[in-house]
Design a protein. Structure first.
Lengths: 300, 101, 197
C-alpha cells in the first residue's frame, strides 16, 4: 500500500460526478433536454435534504452496511489499477482475482440492500439481481483471464506491460463487449438493472429516500468509475500512450469506457429475467469460453 | 509461535463447526457447520504452508483441493436438500424418520 | 505487526463462526459465516499466500450468497423477527466440539512444529501455477473432473423433470397453520401425503 491510496477517494468522487453528468446528457439522444454539469450536485444536495424513509423492522446493520460496502468495493477495485506503468495504489500480484472478489462481494452488497428494508419489492429486486449477477461472474472471469494470458501474470501491472505493442482490444476483440455486460450488471444499469428496475417500483431502492438514497446512487456511480478504469486497463492499455502523462491517458480511456457503458445503458432494452438468464447461460458463457480458448491457443 | 497461534484458531473453528454440524436441526445450518470445518482445514493448511514448509508449492495445492472439496460439498449438498424437500417436504433432520426403529 | 493482525483476524473469525449458530436471522447467519471466511482469506493474504487469500474471498462470497438464498427458501424464520433455537442433542454437541478443540490444541502444543517461514519475495502464484500444471497435473485434472461430476450430479438431483416423472408430483407445500392445509387451490388427487412441520 502506498500513499497513492489517498488519491482513490478523489478519483472516485470526480468519476462519480462525471458519470452522473453524462447520465443527464443522455436524454439529448432521444430529443430530451440535457442538463448542465452542476445538475448532479443539485440533485444530490436535494436528496440529502429530504427525510430518510424508515420501514417496519428493517435490518438496521445491513441498511447502512450495504451502500458502505459497495463504496469500499469500488475503492478496492480501483486500488489495484495501475496509475502509471509499474505504479499502482496496491501492487497486488493477483490484481485480477482481487477485482473478481470485488465483483462477487458486490452481488452480496446489492442483496443485502434489498434484504434490509423488510419489504417485498426490494427483496424481489435482490433475488432477481442475484439470479443474474452470479452467472455474470463467469464470463467476467473468463474474459479477464484471457486478458491476462498474454501477460503470463495475474498482476494488472504486468497486463498493462504486455499491451505495449498492441492493445488487448485489438487481439481479443470480443473481450470488451463481454466485459461491458459485466459492467452493466455491477453498476445496476440498463439491460441488467434487475435490482433497481422501474418495473418493480424501484426495486432495492424502493424504500430508500434522502441520505440513504444519495449514498446508494453515489456508490453505484463510484463502482462505474472503478469498472471503467479496470476495463481501460485490461483492454485499452491503461496508462500507456505517447505524449501526455500516464495518469491522464488512464483518465481519458476511463472516460471513453464510461461513455460507452452509459450509451449501452440507455440504448439497450431490458428483457424478462428468465430470458436474460437464458441468454447469459446459452450465449454469453459459451462465447466467453470460446474467447478464452482462442486466447489460450494464440498464447501457446 | 505464529504457527501455533494459527493452528489454535483453526482448532477453535473446527470445534465450533463440529458443534454446529451435530446440533443443528435444519439442513442448511448443518451445512454451515461442515463449511466451518473445511474453513478450519483451509486455515491450517495455509498456516503450515507459510510457516512450516518454507513455501513448498504442494501446500498451496492442498489448499486449492480443500477449496474444490468445499465447492463440491455445497453443490451436491444443496441439490440433495432440494430433492429431499421435494419428495418429503422435510426441511429439518427430525422430519426424515422413515428408517427409525 | 503481522502477529497482531493475525490474532485480530483469527479472533474475529472464531467470533463470527460462533455467531452463525447464535443469531436468529438466517441471512445474518450466512453472512456471518462469510465474514469468518473473509478473515481466513485475510490471514492468507498476510501470510503471503496472495492467490489463495483472494480466491478464498471470491469463492466464499459467491458460496455464501447461494447459501443465503437457500436459507430464505428452506427456513421458516429467515429474518429473525422471532427468537428461534432449533437444536437437538445440544449438550453432546458442545461436548464434542470442546473435545475436538482440546484434542487439537493438545496435539499442537505437544508436537514439535517446524519453523521454516516462506521468503516474502517468493513468487507464490507462479510456483502454484507451475506446480498445478507440472508435477501435480494428475491431481489438478482429477479435481476438474470431480467438479464436473458434482455439477452434473447437482443438476440431475434437483431437476424438475425427475427420473420417474415430475419431481414434485405428489408434493404438497407446507400448511398455513401447523398440520393444516396449504394456501391456494388444493390438488384434486387424494392419497398419502406426508407433510412435516
Amino acid at each position: 500500500m502506498s500513499p497513492l491510496v489517498l488519491t482513490l477517494p478523489v478519483a472516485l468522487l470526480a468519476g462519480a460526478w462525471l458519470a452522473a453528468w453524462i447520465d443527464r446528457l443522455a436524454p439529448a439522444l432521444w430529443g430530451g433536454r440535457a442538463a448542465g454539469p452542476l445538475a448532479p450536485l443539485r440533485d444530490g444536495a436535494a436528496l440529502l435534504a429530504r427525510p430518510n424513509a424508515t420501514t417496519e423492522a428493517p435490518d438496521r446493520l445491513t441498511r447502512w452496511l450495504a451502500p458502505g460496502t459497495y463504496l469500499v468495493l469500488a475503492a478496492a477495485g480501483l486500488s489495484v489499477v495501475p496509475l502509471a506503468p509499474g505504479v499502482a495504489a496496491v501492487d497486488s500480484p493477483v490484481g485480477i482475482v482481487v477485482w473478481g472478489a470485488c465483483e462477487a462481494l458486490t452481488v452480496v452488497a446489492v442483496f443485502l440492500h434489498g434484504w434490509s428494508p423488510n419489504s417485498p419489492f426490494p427483496l424481489i429486486g435482490a433475488y432477481r439481481y442475484t439470479a443474474i449477477g452470479l452467472p455474470v461472474m463467469l464470463p467476467s472471469m473468463f474474459v479477464l483471464i484471457a486478458a491476462a494470458l498474454p501477460a503470463e501474470s495475474l498482476s494488472l501491472i504486468a497486463v498493462v506491460e504486455a499491451q505495449r505493442e498492441v492493445w488487448n482490444l485489438v487481439r481479443q476483440p470480443i473481450g470488451l463487449p463481454l466485459f461491458l455486460i459485466v459492467g452493466l450488471t455491477l453498476t445496476l444499469r440498463g439491460p441488467f438493472d434487475f435490482a433497481d428496475g422501474a418495473d418493480i417500483a424501484g426495486g432495492t431502492s424502493a424504500e430508500e429516500s434522502g441520505p440513504g438514497r444519495a449514498l446508494w446512487q453515489l456508490a453505484r456511480l463510484t463502482m462505474l468509475t472503478a469498472f471503467s478504469a479496470m476495463a481501460a486497463t485490461a483492454f485499452l492499455g491503461g496508462p500507456l500512450g505517447p505524449g501526455l502523462p500516464a495518469p491522464m491517458w488512464l483518465a481519458l480511456k476511463t472516460v471513453a469506457v464510461m461513455l460507452l457503458t452509459i450509451l449501452a445503458c440507455h440504448a439497450l432494452a431490458r428483457t424478462v429475467p428468465s430470458r436474460m438468464l437464458h441468454l447469459l447461460w446459452v450465449a454469453a458463457l459459451p462465447l466467453s469460453f470460446l474467447h478464452l480458448a482462442l486466447a489460450g491457443w494464440v498464447a501457446l | 509461535m505464529t504457527l501455533t497461534i494459527v493452528l489454535v484458531f483453526a482448532a477453535a473453528l473446527f470445534g465450533i463447526g463440529l458443534y454446529g454440524a451435530m446440533s443443528q436441526q435444519s439442513f442448511v445450518m448443518l451445512m454451515m457447520g461442515l463449511e466451518l470445518m473445511l474453513n478450519s482445514a483451509l486455515l491450517a493448511m495455509i498456516g503450515f504452508w507459510s510457516l512450516g514448509l518454507a513455501g513448498a508449492p504442494e501446500g498451496q495445492l492442498l489448499a486449492i483441493i480443500v477449496m474444490a472439496v468445499m465447492a463440491v460439498e455445497m453443490a451436491v449438498g444443496f441439490a440433495l436438500v432440494v430433492a429431499v424437500y421435494r419428495k418429503r417436504q422435510a426441511d429439518m433432520t427430525e422430519s426424515i424418520g422413515t428408517l427409525k426403529e | 505487526m503481522t502477529l497482531v493482525s493475525i490474532i485480530a483476524l483469527g479472533l474475529f473469525a472464531v467470533w463470527t463462526g460462533w455467531r452463525v449458530f447464535v443469531v436468529d436471522s438466517m441471512v445474518r447467519a450466512s453472512f456471518s459465516l462469510m465474514l469468518s471466511f473473509l478473515c481466513t482469506g485475510g490471514i492468507a493474504l498476510i501470510l503471503h499466500a496472495d492467490y489463495l487469500g483472494a480466491a478464498t474471498v471470491f469463492m466464499m462470497a459467491v458460496e455464501m450468497m447461494v447459501m443465503a438464498i437457500f436459507m430464505v427458501m428452506f427456513m421458516m424464520n429467515p429474518a429473525g423477527l422471532n427468537p428461534m433455537k432449533m437444536v437437538h442433542q445440544e449438550r453432546l454437541s458442545i461436548l464434542m466440539g470442546a473435545l475436538a478443540f482440546g484434542v487439537f490444541v493438545g496435539a499442537v502444543l505437544r508436537s514439535d512444529l517446524p519453523d521454516a517461514p516462506v521468503a516474502a519475495d517468493r513468487p507464490a502464484t507462479f510456483d502454484l501455477g507451475t506446480e498445478l500444471l507440472g508435477p501435480s497435473m494428475l491431481i489438478f485434472e482429477t479435481a476438474g473432473v470431480t467438479l464436473l461430476a458434482a455439477m452434473v450430479a447437482a443438476v440431475v438431483l434437483s431437476s424438475r423433470t425427475g427420473r420417474y416423472g415430475e419431481a414434485d408430483a405428489g408434493a404438497r407445500p407446507p400448511g398455513l397453520t401447523e398440520g393444516g392445509d396449504p394456501a391456494g387451490r388444493q390438488p384434486e388427487e387424494g392419497g398419502h401425503h406426508h407433510h412435516h412441520h
